[in-house]
Structures are given as structure tokens and as C-alpha cells.
Write a protein that binds this ligand. Sequence first.
Ligand code: HEM
Length: 516
Amino acid sequence: MALTDAILDFQAMPFGTAIAVGGPAIALGGLSLWFIRGYVNDHRRGSSNLPPLPEIPGLPVIGNLLQLKEKKPHKTFTKWAETYGPIYSIRTGASTVVVLNSNDVVKEAMVTRFSAISTRKLSKALKILTSDKSMVATSDYGEFHKTVKRHILTNILGPNAQKRHRSNRDTLVENTLQHIHAHVKNCPLQAVNLRHIFESELFGLALKQSLGKDVESIYVEELRTTLSREEIFKVLVNDPMEGAIDVDWRDFFPYLHWIPNKGFEMKIQQMDFRREAVMNALIQEQRKRTDSGEELKCYLDYLLSEAKTLSGKQIAMLLWEVIIETSDTTLVTTEWAMYELAKDPKRQDRLYQEIKKVCGLDKIKEENLPKLPYLTAIFHETLRKHSPVPIIPMRYVHENTQLGGYHVAAGSEIAINIYGCNMDKKLWENPEEWNPERFLNEKYDAMDLHKTMAFGGGKRVCAGALQASLLSCTTIGRLVQEFEWRLKDGEEDNVDTVALTARKLHPMQAMVKPRN
Ligand code: HEM
């Protein structure tokens, strides 16, 4: 039986960013593929008495890939949930993916059935870029994961570690504000690009927390060149994020792995080589410091003295993990919150009045946050409407299990649609509306970080939720305390996002006016 050519353009999702496949046209033929499909279906049903999952109808062999080509799979999944229910299965090439779209089934997967769903399914690009799962976020649940999650929480992200890194966060907020004051002074009629300023400050924080110091430039022996701070940012953050959303079409057809895809592999491997070279140079620089006896309260110094069983490469990956994770999601949330406030003068004023009442003439500090329920409501409503991780990195079902009353066979992949949970009409009134007031309801504890599913849950819950909330809330608070924000004309309609991520496609452009 001859099968039609198909142009694949599908996306899956790694760590807070995503994966996009711009695949070649592939011609597939042969009866053997039908047998593979038949086998997968029988296997899926298993011997359980539970009903099989609802299936989204698709095409032979490629399954639902063509239906997902519009680059926002989280939105397509959410639409399908309205017809097929909160849990259903799709086929992406040879793989069966079970998609979860409501808080109940997601919590079941993350907590009750976690033991059967505790491994990660990585794309080819991510396998290379994460040194085959050598990071907290991409590792399988097991001894390595438990050990490195303990390290990151003990030294950087847990509550005590956050106290030790307090001055770095204060500096970040202060610098951000100073840049905006300088912008207003130097070019008062020009819109400000908050992303440009805040992203650079987040990167500085990440370098200080992971390596002990921010850098201006570095000589990289393996590349035989000196890189500026901006170039370092590109190699460590921007390029890998782009690589992570790149998908090799063979990801969907593992039985075709023998077909070479040299262009793709070379691109990702070069990215990885440059990333590793720059990390090595940065670490070498700091090793000179540690060898001279100068100690800093950073992750590198901690790992060198406490994590004796880790290899040099593993340490470099764990340090890089902090850099890339610090630089993305907190920015996404803060930028969207400021976009929504700049668009909505009434709510912006309500926040300003709350801050004025609690802080008076003093600059808002982290200690004030528990007394600022409207500010935290703004943070959580932004996480809900613009969930920075729309789909959680794919998980893998390694033993037969059940979810939502359906049989889920070993070998399936699980896509957790956080965006779908946060847009569920059964749970949220008018979910499309940005309405922080919904979180002022007394059923929500003001300081609870998990009012929505944005940070995941269970044993793989986000390790950086506290840091993200402290940084984002304090920054939003200060920005509104010291300036009035208004979107530049035409900016309101700029709501598109980069591929399947929640990152604003065009940085927000806003006019700012200093308050007295
Ligand atoms: C608004 C900001 C953030 C959001 C919405 C967010 C969301 C998430 C989500 C959904 C997960 C996946 C949970 C899972 O696999 O089930 C995750 C994991 C993780 N996040 Fe975040 N994150 C944010 C900020 C951060 C920051 C700032 C850091 C570190 C600097 C961080 C570090 C991590 C780590 C290490 C994991 C892996 C946890 C594990 O696998 O056990 N996150 N995050």
C-alpha cells in the first residue's frame, strides 16, 4: 500500500522551552508499518479490564502529526479536550502520546501513579544538549535525580539558600530600576524594552549564583577567541534554547534511526561543543580563584567540596542548568505581568495603592510580599494565563498503569498540558480573561506558590518556584511603585509567542513615566 508523502512540522516540549520540528518531506511505504501500528494498538489495550483511551482520529503512519503543525500544540490539545475529555491519546509517528488536560488527571499522573511514569522521554536534540539527562530537570527519577535535586535546593533554590543569596536578588532589582530611570532621563520619548534590561540582570544573577561572579568577557581556549558577555549569553542561553525546540523528524519514527540526518546532528553538536567550551573556560577561571583560597557562596564552590562523586562534566552541566533555568521563565512571567498591567490602568493603580498603603515612602522589599495580596494575585494570574511551561517535558510510562479510569500501556509517552489545566473552563471562570481578582478569594492562601499547575507538582515539582516568585513579585512591585506604565501604540496586539513557548514573540514596548 502506498502512503502519501507528508511534511512534518510538529512540536513537543523540553524544559520550559519547547521543541519544533521542521522536518523534510518523507515518503514512507510498505505494509510493515501497518503491522507496527497494529502491534502498538494491541499493546496499548494490554490485558486490563479498563477501557482504552479515547483516540484523536489521525492518518495512517503519521498519526496526528499534521494536525499539530500550527506550532501551538498546547492550544490544539486544549481544544481537543473540549470534545474528547481531559485525557485522550494521539499518535505522533510511531509513538503513542497520552495527553492530560485537567488538574485531576495531571495530579494523578504526578502523584498517585508517579512510580509508573517517572522517566523522561527526550528528543534527540535534548539528549545531546543535556548530556543524556545529566541535569536535575531532565534526569529520570532515581538516585542521581534525588542527589542533584538536593544539591540545587541546598545551595541555591531552597528557602535557606535563598536567604544566603538575598543580596544578589536585591542588586538585580535595584539595577533593573536604575536602568529604567536612566532610560527615562536619556530618552524620555522612547519606549522602554524591559526584556533587554531584565534578561541581562537575570543572567548576571545566574552567573553569580552558579560560578560566584558575573563576567564581562572570557577567553575560550577551545574556540581560540575572546567572547563578550553578550556572546556568552548567546552560547549558553539563546542558542541551546533554540536547539531545544528543534526536533529531528526521526524522533517520531525511532525505527528509521539508521537514516542519517547529518545537518541536524552537526548543528546541535556544534551548539553543544561551544556551550561546553564556554562553561569549561568559565569554570577554569573560577578554579584559579578557589585554588588561591578565595571562597564564595556559589554552586561551583559547593559542588567541588560536597559532591565528590560527580564528574567534571556532570558538575559543568549542573552549573549550566542554573544559568539556563534562571534566564527564561522568570523573565517570561515578569514581562507578561507588566504587559497586562500597562494595558490596564485601573488594575495598575489598584496595585500602586496597595503598595503605597503597605510600604509608604519605602521601596518595596521581599519582606513586604506577604502583606501585598494583590501583587501576588497578579503574579499567579500571569502564571495561569501565560503558563511559562505550557507543556511539561515528556514523561515515559515504563509499566502498565491507569489514569482517569483508563488503561495506559507501558511504552506510551505522557504530555502534561499545563496550559490546558490553567485554561480549563470547568475550573476557571472566563479563563481567557486576565483577572487577578480571582485569586483574592479567601480559599487561596496568599503565599501558596501552587495556586495553579504552573510549577508542576509531586516529586518533580519545580525547584525554582520560590526564587521565581521572590524575583518576579519584587520586580513588578518596584516597577509599578516608581513608574506609571502604558503600552506603546500598537503594542496591545503583540500577543504572539515564540513557537510553542510562552515567551512573547516581540519584546514588550512600553512608555514609562516616573511617579513623584
Ligand atoms: C515562573 C517561573 C518558573 C516556572 C513556571 C517553572 C515551571 C517548572 C515546571 C512546570 C517544571 C517541571 C515539573 C515536572 O517535570 O513535572 C519545572 C522543573 C524545574 N524547574 Fe522550574 N519553573 C520556573 C522557574 C525556575 C527557576 C528560576 C529555576 C532555577 C533557577 C527552576 C528550576 C527547575 C528545576 C531544577 C526543575 C526540575 C525539578 C525536578 O525535575 O525535580 N525553575 N519548572
